[in-house]
Design a protein around this ligand. Structure first.
Ligand code: AMP
Length: 488
């Protein structure tokens, strides 16, 4: 069985009851572009049939005036896909649109189903034929196989067999179902626009289209929207909330409100706490743009060290991780950032970034800052060392590639060639979440996976097998293979 890497961080958008549904979905996806740049798609419904436009690339590359015009109807769902190691294939783009016995069905999914492989294997043994390598496709098969007559009961039956993360938009001919897994791993917001309803991974999408935010879709909630109105159901047993803290650290846009808090405020607090916890004498604080900007502002404010834009980012290059191969990724880092020599020369610099994954970015940045004439380079990271892979939808490489899983902070500092390196502690990070700290998943920092590890492990085995088959990892460049460093 050919499996794709079950790790996608994506954007979901949905509109119900608006004459400009497809246009709104297009705009919504535009503002959610940061959540996925590999592929984009919109499926609309005119109550009898679905119309789809799905393609590889950015929103601006996939859609144009004429193809949006073809997307008729007052309801639409949209999706941006973010994938890294997995094959960049159109068959894995979403929304996934099919015809089944009860009519048209389309799905847009953000998150990662940790038992998708097990369910898929069972379904294949029973004769199901899969057309993609996405975990999301099992949802479609389970809905199609359900004997229930109401759409919402089919969806409930399907989702009750699945574990892991899903923020989901499903669309039939004239009805839409929006669902969020009982742990609430990924964000999902609900709003109104005129007489219609809108749903989006992040609230920044509402700002662009002038929609009014009402509330988040609650963990475990199924929202049914049809011509009779909007109905909310909680068909699953309540579970401990487990929102992804990495959304605040890196993924979500600072102008969004997710999990009940402003991303900007939380991110800035991470920076403030970092300054308090890991101070250093220096002349300036410079962020690694864009991901380190808000935390660096917090660091500068708390420490009293002036903030300086010492690195400029070329915005026309995709995010580091988007490139499908290691060699392109390294090239990407080089063309993405440039130092402002006049600002840096002769100064002691604190460089703030949100996270270190493999260490590639930080190493290049520090080299660049030294070449620009910095006297000292102190690296500060506004999250704890990433030591474990995420199974719930954030793309992280396998554990062995995470520099923080194998090496001590001192060894990483040496590898990066930083005068000092310090991370935010797990405790300080959780403190920044105040009264909500119990509601968050931090498995990428402590390996505490709330969804039974049996799923995660089987998933990992399959992932590693597939990675070994499909990919050539450039081990020469991965610091984890340095023979001289001491393992933690
Ligand atoms: P690395 O060069 O492998 O250490 O990656 C670190 C850089 O990647 C940091 O600048 C982060 O902002 C960024 N980053 C962290 N997590 C992710 C992710 N899941 N996807 C894409 N980029 C990320």
């Amino acid at each position: 069985m050919a499996l794709d890497k079950f790790k996608d961080e994506c954007a979901v958008f949905a509109v119900f009851g608006h004459p400009e549904a497809a246009n709104l979905a297009y705009l919504g996806l535009y503002s959610l572009q940061h959540r996925g740049q590999e592929a984009s798609g919109i499926v609309s419904s005119d109550e009898t049939k679905h119309h789809a436009e799905i393609g590889m690339g950015h929103v601006s590359e996939v859609f144009n005036e004429s193809n949006i015009l073809q997307l008729k109807g007052k309801m639409a769902i949209g999706h941006n896909r973010y994938s890294t190691h997995g094959r960049s294939q159109l068959k894995n783009a979403q929304p996934m649109a099919i015809e089944y016995a009860r009519g048209p069905l389309a799905l847009a999914h953000n998150g990662n189903l940790v038992n998708a492989d097990v369910v898929r294997q069972r379904l294949e043994e029973e004769g199901s034929i899969f057309r993609s390598t996405m975990d999301s496709e099992v949802i479609i098969h389970l809905i199609a196989k359900s004997k229930k007559s109401r759409f919402q009961d089919q969806v409930t039956e399907a989702l009750s067999q699945l574990e892991g993360a899903y923020s989901l938009a499903l669309m039939g001919a004239s009805e839409m179902i929006i669902a969020r897994d009982p742990h609430g791993f990924r964000p999902l917001a609900m709003g109104t626009l005129g007489a219609g309803y809108v749903f989006a991974s992040e609230t920044c999408a509402f700002d662009l289209i002038g929609a009014k935010y009402i509330r988040d879709v609650a963990p475990g909630e199924l929202v049914v929207v049809n011509n009779e109105g909007l109905f909310s159901y909680f068909p699953f047993e309540a579970r401990k909330k487990n929102h992804c803290v990495f959304e605040y650290i890196y993924f979500a846009r600072p102008d969004s409100n997710i999990f009940g808090k402003s991303v900007h405020n939380v991110r800035k607090k991470f920076g403030r706490k970092l300054a308090h916890e890991k101070p250093v004498e220096a002349d300036m604080v410079i962020p690694v743009p864009d991901s380190g900007v808000v935390a660096a502002l917090g660091y500068a404010e708390e420490s009293g060290i002036p903030f300086e834009t010492g690195i400029i980012r070329n915005h026309y290059v995709g995010r580091t991780f988007i490139e499908p191969t290691q060699s392109i990724r390294h090239f990407g880092v080089k063309i993405k950032h440039n130092a402002v020599k006049e600002a840096i020369k002769g100064n002691r610099v604190v460089v703030v970034d949100d996270s270190i994954v493999r260490g590639t970015t930080s190493r290049k940045i520090i080299k660049m800052i030294r070449e620009a004439g910095a006297k000292e380079v102190h690296m500060r990271i506004s999250s704890p060392p990433t030591t474990h892979s995420c199974f719930y939808g954030i793309d992280t490489p396998s554990r062995s590639e995470l520099i923080g899983s194998t090496y001590s902070v001192e060894d990483i500092a040496e590898y990066l060639d930083a005068d000092t390196l310090a991370y935010l502690s797990i405790e300080a990070m959780m403190d920044a979440l105040e009264d909500r700290k119990e509601d968050f998943c931090k498995a990428c920092f402590d390996g505490n996976y709330i969804v039974p590890p049996v799923y995660a492990e089987s998933q990992l085995t399959l992932l590693e097998k597939r990675l070994a088959e499909d990919e050539e990892i450039d081990y020469d460049r991965a610091p984890a293979t340095r023979k001289t460093a001491t393992a933690k």
